[in-house]
Design a protein around this ligand. Structure first.
Ligand SMILES: Nc1nc2c(ncn2[C@@H]2O[C@H](COP(=O)(O)OP(=O)(O)OP(=O)(O)O)[C@@H](O)[C@H]2O)c(=O)[nH]1
Ligand SMILES: [Mg+2]
Length: 421
C-alpha cells in the first residue's frame, strides 16, 4: 500500500507525479503495489503523520487488499512509524528506507556496498527500538517480546562500532582514489550528473563506445565509471558517470556517497543531464541543483544537457527552447543518446572547452627535428605546417606542460598568441 500525504495546496498533477515515482521505486525494489491512499494535510500530526481517521481507513484498506507493507512517500519520524505499525499491524516504511533498500540490492562494488551499509546503519540507529519490536513480533517467541534495555544498548554499541569501522574503510578507499585522480590531473575531466533515469550512462556509453549498464529503471548506476572520450583533432576528455539523484534523497545516502561524488567536484566541467521529455524537468532540475549545492558542487563550470529530445515534437522542442531562454543563464545544449548525431552538440562543447585550455602557439623548429614534430602532433593539435627553407613553421594548440618543455628547447622559436575558443 502506498500512502501520500501532500500539503493541501500542492498541485494535483505534481501529487500524481510523486505517487507515480513512488510506484516506480516500489517496482524497482521488487514490490507489487495493491493500492494507493492519499490524504492532503495542513501539517503532519506528531502521532501518525496523517490523521487518526485516515489511519483507520488505511488499516481497513490494508486488510482488504492483504497488503503486507505500507510505504509512505513522506519521511516518518521514528515515533510516527512505530505508532503506525502498532495500529496497522504491518510493516511500515518511508521513502528513505525504500531508497536505501534499492541501493542495497543494487550496489555491486565493495565501495558502493560499504557506502550503502553505512547509510542504512545511520538510518537504523534512531529506529532500533521499533525494529526490535517488529522482529520480536515476527518471531513471536517468549523472551523475544521486546528486548530488554541491555540488549538494545548492546546493539547500539555494535552498530556504532560498525559505523566507525565503515567510515575508516571508506576513507582509505577515497584516499586511494584521490591518488589515482592526481595522476590524471593533466587531462580535461568532465562529470555527468543528474536525476535518475535522465540518460547519463546512455550518453557516456554513446560518447565513449564503452559498455555501460543502461536500464529503464531507477538507480541503474550506483558506481562512478570513468571513460575516455575521443573528441577528434587529437583531443580527449575523461568523462565520469555518477549515481543519479532523486527527490528526497535520504541525506545519509548523500553523505556516504560524498566521496564517490568527489570525482565530480574536481571535474573541469559538470554536465547536468536532464530528461527534456519529462513534464517535471524543472522540478527535477531544482532537486539536482539542491544536491549539487549540498555537495558544494554548484560553483563548478556547468552545462545543462537536455537529453531525449528525440521524444519531443518540433512544437515541443520550440516551446522548450523558449522556456530555457527565459529561465537560464547556464549554457545549455540539446542531446539524444539514441539518435545518430544526437551527441554532436556535447562533443562540440567539450572540444571547445578543451581547446580553450590550450595555448595557441607559433613554433619554428628545424625541419630535421622529426621527433619534435611527432611530439607536437601527439600531444597537441597542429593546425598548420609550412616549410621555410630548413625550418618548419607551425601553428598549433598545445597543453601547458608541453609549452613549458618547448620553452626550454634551444632550437625552438616559440611565440604564444591569445587563446580563444
Ligand atoms: N528516447 C530516448 N531514451 C533515452 C535517451 N537516453 C537514455 N534513454 C533511455 O532512458 C533510460 C535511462 O537511461 P540511463 O542511461 O540508464 O539513465 P541514467 O541517467 O544513467 O540513470 P541512473 O543510472 O538510474 O541514474 C534507458 O531506458 C535509456 O534507453 C535518449 O536520448 N532518448
Ligand atoms: Mg546510469
Amino acid at each position: 500500500m502506498l500512502v501520500g500525504a501532500p500539503f493541501r495546496e500542492e498541485d494535483a498533477r505534481v501529487v500524481d507525479e510523486h505517487m507515480e515515482e513512488l510506484h516506480r521505486l516500489t517496482d524497482t525494489a521488487g514490490g507489487d503495489v495493491v493500492g494507493v491512499l492519499i490524504q492532503r494535510i495542513d501539517a503532519p500530526t506528531p502521532q501518525f503523520y496523517i490523521g487518526k481517521g485516515k489511519v483507520e481507513e488505511l488499516r481497513r484498506l490494508t486488510e482488504e487488499k492483504e497488503a503486507d507493507l505500507v510505504i509512505f512517500d513522506e519521511e516518518l519520524k521514528p515515533d510516527q512509524a512505530k505508532n503506525l505499525e502498532q495500529s496497522l499491524d504491518v510493516r511500515v516504511m518511508d521513502r528513505s528506507e525504500l531508497i536505501l533498500d534499492i541501493f542495497a540490492s543494487r550496489a555491486r562494488t565493495r565501495e558502493a556496498k560499504m557506502q550503502v551499509e553505512l547509510a542504512q546503519l545511520e538510518y537504523l540507529l534512531p529506529r532500533l527500538q521499533r525494529m526490535w519490536t517488529h522482529l520480536s513480533r515476527i518471531r513471536g517467541g517468549i523472551g523475544l517480546r521486546g528486548p530488554g534495555e541491555t540488549q538494545l544498548e548492546t546493539d547500539r554499541r555494535l552498530i556504532g562500532r560498525r559505523i566507525s569501522d565503515l567510515k575508516a574503510k571508506l576513507r582509505s578507499v577515497a584516499a586511494a582514489r584521490a591518488t589515482q585522480r592526481k595522476r590524471r590531473s593533466g587531462e580535461y575531466r568532465v562529470a555527468l550528473v543528474g536525476y535518475t533515469n535522465a540518460g547519463k550512462s546512455s550518453i557516456l556509453k554513446a560518447l565513449s563506445g564503452a559498455d555501460l549498464f543502461v536500464e529503464d529503471r531507477l538507480f541503474a548506476t550506483l558506481d562512478s565509471a570513468t571513460r575516455s572520450v575521443e573528441l577528434g583533432h587529437g583531443h580527449q576528455a575523461l568523462v565520469t558517470d555518477t549515481v543519479g539523484f532523486i527527490r528526497k534523497l535520504p541525506h545519509h545516502l548523500v553523505a556516504s556517497f560524498r566521496s564517490t561524488l568527489e570525482e565530480a567536484r574536481e571535474a573541469d566541467l559538470v554536465l547536468h543531464v536532464l530528461d527534456a521529455a519529462h513534464p517535471d524537468w524543472e522540478e527535477r532540475k531544482e532537486v539536482v541543483d539542491g544536491v549539487l549545492h549540498d555537495l558544494e558542487l554548484d560553483g563548478s563550470d556547468q552545462v545543462l544537457v537536455f537529453n531525449k529530445v528525440d521524444r519531443l515534437t518540433h512544437g515541443e522542442e520550440r516551446a522548450l527552447r523558449d522556456r530555457i531562454r527565459s529561465l537560464e543563464r547556464t549554457p545549455s545544449v540539446f542531446a539524444s543518446a539514441l539518435e545518430e548525431g544526437g551527441l554532436d552538440a556535447i562533443r562540440a562543447t567539450l572540444l571547445a572547452r578543451v581547446r580553450r585550455r590550450l595555448a595557441k602557439v607559433r613554433v619554428v623548429i628545424p625541419a630535421s627535428e622529426g621527433e619534435l614534430l611527432a611530439t607536437l602532433h601527439r600531444e597537441g593539435e597542429v593546425m598548420e605546417v609550412e616549410r621555410n627553407g630548413i625550418q618548419l613553421v607551425l601553428r598549433a594548440r598545445i597543453p601547458e606542460a608541453l609549452l613549458g618543455r618547448l620553452r626550454d628547447e634551444s632550437q625552438v622559436d616559440l611565440t604564444e598568441y591569445e587563446a580563444d575558443g
